[in-house]
Ligand binder design. Structure first.
Ligand SMILES: Nc1ncnc2c1ncn2[C@@H]1O[C@H](COP(=O)(O)OP(=O)(O)OP(=O)(O)O)[C@@H](O)[C@H]1O
Ligand SMILES: [Mg+2]
Length: 223
């Protein structure tokens, strides 16, 4: 199992965000995570990526329990195994598009030229060939979200965490972005945990998990 979470709990000070969250994700699975605003979906993704710490329970990612790692080791594990598509793109405005996408590879020690070549390939895979030299400000919202996906998958992570990647997009563009994500999962065998408020997005997942303050439950199981 690529990701196993058992009885995870998270608090901010005195107030509990969620408790008893348990879920497993295998390679190749595309799973939607739904739940009311403020229930802790982004917090859960941050905990899985090691960007935030849980207060109780276990997260085992690629065979390693996150709680046993210090922040540096956590960051290394994340750089290798996780691709994160953030709720608000987080594309760096002062870097050309291709450099935004190459960044995770450079951080992992890949050479500059190699990194740029792989970034151009990742951009082509999301339908943005030829746009690598542009500045982020010169792209549309849907194109920026595809840049964020290209950046999240350029290092071929085993786990893709996507936090409402279609939240700011019109339905047509959202469908394109979702299909890009779906195809990445199909072609690379990565697992994807997709936070979404969209029924259309949840419908294209293999299964849907519902996050509540009392934990996770399976909402629907697609055929
Ligand atoms: N740094 C923080 N300090 C205190 N409380 C926080 C912090 N970050 C988040 N919270 C609270 O934790 C809860 C969960 O927040 P989170 O962003 O994970 O929700 P969410 O399910 O992603 O919501 P949305 O669907 O609106 O994105 C919220 O009540 C939020 O106010
Ligand atoms: Mg959120």
């Amino acid at each position: 199992m690529l990701l196993q979470i058992q009885n995870l709990a998270k608090r901010y000070g005195e107030s509990s965000v969620f408790r008893d969250v348990s879920l497993s994700l295998a390679g190749g699975e595309f799973v939607a995570l739904v739940g009311e605003s403020g229930v802790g979906k982004s917090t859960l993704l941050n905990c899985i990526a090691g960007l935030d710490r849980a207060d109780a329970g276990r997260i085992v990612l690629a065979g390693t329990e996150l709680a046993t790692l210090d922040d540096d080791a956590c960051a290394r594990l994340r750089r290798v195994h996780v691709g994160f598509v953030f709720q608000a793109f987080h594309v760096l405005p002062h870097l050309p598009v291709a450099e935004n996408v190459a960044l995770p590879l450079w951080l992992a020690g890949v050479g500059r030229t190699d990194g740029l070549a792989r970034a151009e390939a990742a951009l082509a895979a999301v339908g943005l060939q030829g746009l690598g030299a542009r500045w982020p400000a010169q792209l549309s919202g849907g194109q920026l979200q595809r840049v964020a996906i290209a950046r999240a998958v350029v290092h071929r992570p085993q786990l893709i965490l996507a936090d409402e990647p279609t939240g700011n997009l019109d339905p047509g563009t959202a469908a394109v972005v979702l299909e890009v994500l779906r195809r990445e999962v199909r072609e690379t065998g990565a697992a994807c945990l997709l936070v979404t408020h969209s029924a259309t997005a949840a419908a294209m997942a293999d299964r849907t998990l519902h996050l509540t303050p009392e934990g996770t439950s399976a909402l629907t199981v697609a055929a």
